[in-house]
Each structure stands twice: as structure tokens, then as C-alpha cells.
Design a protein around this ligand. Structure first.
Ligand SMILES: *[C@@H]1O[C@H](CO)[C@@H](O)[C@H](O)[C@H]1NC(C)=O
Length: 157
């Protein structure tokens, strides 16, 4: 879990240093301040979304064991939305790393899927206290993902 963000960070740093040679000094300074906040957001997001996905996986197994099709379907839907958020984030990161404008659809995909995931998660209920406890964990993790995801939309342009 700790390994991937670190590799990502070095890839970002390596790429950023390759850009430094190409741009004038003032432009570099402005861009780097924005980039640092953007990269911090992206690194936290990778960790936060991974934590949420682990909880969703546990919930998926628990609701299957409980033979609770309604809760299972809800968890599946949240999981799909979070995968869509993750893949849109990949598109955003790639655009930034290649110096392209971030595609508007990718931003919409992040926003709409985060909103869908959050509202679906809020609707899921269970009689199983272990599930209820994990639903609470997932909600807390979702709030962090949402916060950091919104930061990415603001800081990564
Ligand atoms: C969220 O996931 C569900 C289930 O896969 C899907 O039907 C819905 O369209 C997704 N929401 C958005 C905003 O894409």
C-alpha cells in the first residue's frame, strides 16, 4: 500500500524535473506552486481511494455472507462509481503530466460519480452490526476522498 504512492511521487518528480529545462523561470515558479498543491492532492487521493476500496471489498463480502441483496447491490454500485472516479483521475493525471488541458468530461466524471457514490452509500442499511460499523468507516473514508477529489478539481488544471 505504501509502495505505489512513493513510486508515483518519484515518477512525478522525475517528470517535473524534465519540464524545468524547457520553461522560463517566472513561469516555472508559478506553475510549480500550483503543481505542488496538485501533487499533494493526488498523492493523498491515491491513498484515500485505496483505503475506501478495501472497505468496500470487505462490505461486499459481508453483505454477500448476510444474503442481503439490497445492501450488496448498493455496495456494488458504490464500487463501480469509485472505479469510474479512479479512472477519470488517471485521465486527469495523464493530461497534466503531458501538458494538455484536463478534459472537461474527466472532471464531470469525477464529480458525478463521487456524488452518486456518496448518496448511494448514505442509503445503504443493514441489520448486521459488523456491516453497520464498516458502512460508517466507508462514509468517513468517502468524505476524505470527496474532499481531496474536490481539491484536485480546483488545483490540477
Ligand atoms: C454509479 O454507478 C451506477 C452503477 O454502476 C451507475 O448506474 C451510475 O450511472 C453511476 N453514476 C454515474 C454518475 O456515473
Amino acid at each position: 500500500m505504501m509502495f505505489r504512492p512513493v513510486v508515483f511521487f518519484f515518477a512525478v518528480v522525475a517528470f517535473a524535473s524534465s519540464l524545468v529545462c524547457a520553461a522560463p523561470v517566472a513561469e516555472i515558479a508559478t506553475r510549480q506552486i500550483g503543481d505542488i498543491q496538485c501533487n499533494i492532492n493526488r498523492l493523498s487521493f491515491v491513498g484515500d481511494i485505496a483505503g475506501l476500496q478495501i472497505t468496500l471489498k470487505t462490505l461486499s463480502a459481508q453483505t454477500a455472507d448476510d444474503r442481503d441483496p439490497t445492501a450488496s447491490a448498493g455496495i456494488q454500485s458504490v464500487t463501480n462509481n469509485i472505479s469510474a472516479v479512479q479512472s477519470a483521475l488517471g485521465t486527469i493525471a495523464e493530461a497534466i503530466l503531458t501538458g494538455q488541458a484536463v478534459p472537461a468530461e474527466a472532471r464531470v466524471q469525477v464529480e458525478s460519480n463521487l456524488a452518486a457514490a456518496q448518496s448511494t452509500l448514505a442509503e445503504i442499511t443493514s441489520a448486521d452490526p459488523a456491516v453497520t460499523a464498516n458502512l460508517q468507516n466507508a462514509k468517513t473514508q468517502m468524505q476524505n476522498v470527496d474532499l481531496v477529489g474536490s481539491g484536485i478539481l480546483v488545483n490540477c488544471k
